[in-house]
Ligand binder design. Structure first.
Ligand code: MN
Length: 483
């Protein structure tokens, strides 16, 4: 069993007061979850501890690690949020509260809802660190999903594949995104997963041996041309990504050139291009497969050079070339930026080349480069991307996207015209409220209806959505015509 000391040792930062915070959070979580078991039969505490190791491996700060240890104590162990705030401070409490709110969100594979839900997660999170905690939480839940009953298992796997894996990808957390996708795939398409595992097993040994031979020749070529590099790694393609690729290639494994790819890690960007040149001087590159994601990064911030050369025995082999820093950022995304800013006392060494494409990840990265103080960065990172929209939840956990300033009547009309027309009262987070109450993101809204009820003209004074306005007017017109 892991100990607080092992966790502290796994942290990037070990200032005494930070170690102390982690130790206390560990003890509180252990006490709160005492006697509780996971579906696997393990002690519950193994779950927050495992998630905490994950965020520690991303280089995140002690506050985030403490919040990860405590992320389930409010929801599952009935510790009041106030207690967390009193014992661990506002910041830890805010992160725990964010994760608790996210646990209300449920996705049931509704078409067109995945994007809304991804936004909702960001809005509810407020602080991007909440998303990191949630991703670490989800990763461990997916790793232990076999113990969950089949119906829930499939729902969680869908939610992971449609909401959390794409979210991690957009945050640039390539590694966790891929891990989540693989773990979900296993439950969403078990027979294809089994087939792909077999295909992989059949070809991996040969592919690895070939890559090893190419790697030796590559080392010689780089040495001959005096190109300096840190190391050459090999990486095996992920099962979910192999599955997608095979679909595009008529399920023909012989057309997959990157089952095992080689990765050259260099010190500088100029060494990346020099290495590419050395490879092309040695082997013929396949046309159309030379990709410069350093000059033009992918929208999620991914940077690397890619090329596929015709190597030993005329078999194509893919190379990926990148600096160590790019590699960390590709694997750990915004978490890596955040960790850099913190470690450097705000003096960021990340020299980000911002692509023309303005995704919000790029915005985050720009902020990160321009803001000197980590606290200031943190303020900016509080998600402000959807200022004009709010996201509220139905009692079933379905997310409803509304304009800011919306009230329960807007909410009702957003779900269904009849629901809006027949609204007589509303409960928000369990409390009955006036129909003109302004909703906030994350509110759980319950609409009380009465059959045959007609909308009131007075509603037009406070509804915000054009949908509600339009339907109320239409209805009022009908009424006056009928009278
Ligand atoms: Mn959890």
């Amino acid at each position: 069993m892991h100990s607080p000391d092992a966790l502290i040792a796994a942290c990037r930062s070990t200032r005494p007061e930070e170690a102390e915070l982690i130790r206390r959070a560990y003890a509180t979580a252990q006490a709160a979850h005492a006697g509780q078991l996971r579906k696997s039969g393990e002690a519950y505490i193994t779950h927050p501890v495992q998630a905490a190791f994950t965020v520690a491996s991303w280089g995140l700060d002690a506050t985030t690690i403490a919040a990860t240890l405590l992320h389930d104590v409010v929801e599952d162990a009935e510790v009041p949020l106030q207690t967390i705030s009193d014992q661990f401070g506002e910041e830890v409490a805010r992160l725990v509260d964010g994760v608790t709110k996210l646990s209300r969100v449920k996705y049931r594979g509704q078409t067109g809802k995945a994007e809304t839900l991804r936004k909702l997660v960001l809005v509810l999170a407020e602080d991007v660190r909440v998303v990191f905690v949630k991703l670490a939480d989800r990763l461990h839940n997916m790793e232990t999903l076999e113990h969950v009953e089949p119906d829930r298992r499939v729902r969680i796997a869908h939610e992971t594949a449609d909401v959390y894996a794409p979210l991690a990808y957009r945050l640039g957390l390539g590694k966790v995104s891929g891990d989540l996708e693989d773990l979900a795939f296993r439950w969403l398409d078990p027979s294809r997963y089994a087939w792909l595992s077999q295909v992989m097993a059949d070809h991996l040994e040969h592919g690895a041996a070939r890559a090893q031979a190419v790697r030796q020749q590559a080392e010689e070529a780089l040495a001959l041309l005096g190109v300096s590099y840190v190391r050459i790694d090999s990486r095996t393609k992920r099962i979910s990504s192999l599955g997608k690729k095979l679909r595009r290639l008529d399920e023909d494994i012989d057309k997959v050139y990157d089952l095992v790819a080689l990765r050259i890690i260099t010190e500088s960007i100029s060494d990346c291009y020099a290495a590419l040149g050395a490879l092309h001087a040695t082997w013929r590159p396949l046309p159309g497969l030379v990709k410069d994601y350093i000059a033009v990064p992918k929208p999620n911030g991914y940077r690397s050079l890619h090329t596929t050369v015709v190597g030993v025995d005329g078999v194509p082999v893919e190379f990926q070339i990148r600096t160590e820093q790019m590699h960390n950022e590709n694997e750990y995304g915004v978490a890596a930026y955040w960790a850099y800013a913190d470690a450097k006392g705000g003096k960021s060494q990340a020299n980000v080349q911002v692509s023309a494409q303005h995704t919000w990840v790029q915005t985050l990265k720009e902020w990160q480069t321009h803001l000197q103080d980590p606290d200031e960065f943190l303020q900016a990172v509080k998600v402000e991307f959807f200022q004009d929209r709010i996201f509220c939840l139905t009692p079933k956990g379905e997310a409803i996207d509304l304009p800011a300033g919306s009230c329960p009547v807007d909410f009702a009309y957003a779900i269904h015209k009849e629901l809006g027309d027949q609204t007589i009262a509303a409960r928000v987070n369990g409390r009955t409220v006036p129909l003109n109450t302004v909703l906030e993101s994350g509110d759980l809204v319950q609409i009380v209806t009465q059959r045959g009820k007609q909308p009131s003209t007075s509603w037009l004074e406070f509804v915000k959505s054009t949908k509600a306005q339009r339907w109320i007017r239409a209805r009022v017109k009908d009424q006056s015509r009928g009278a």
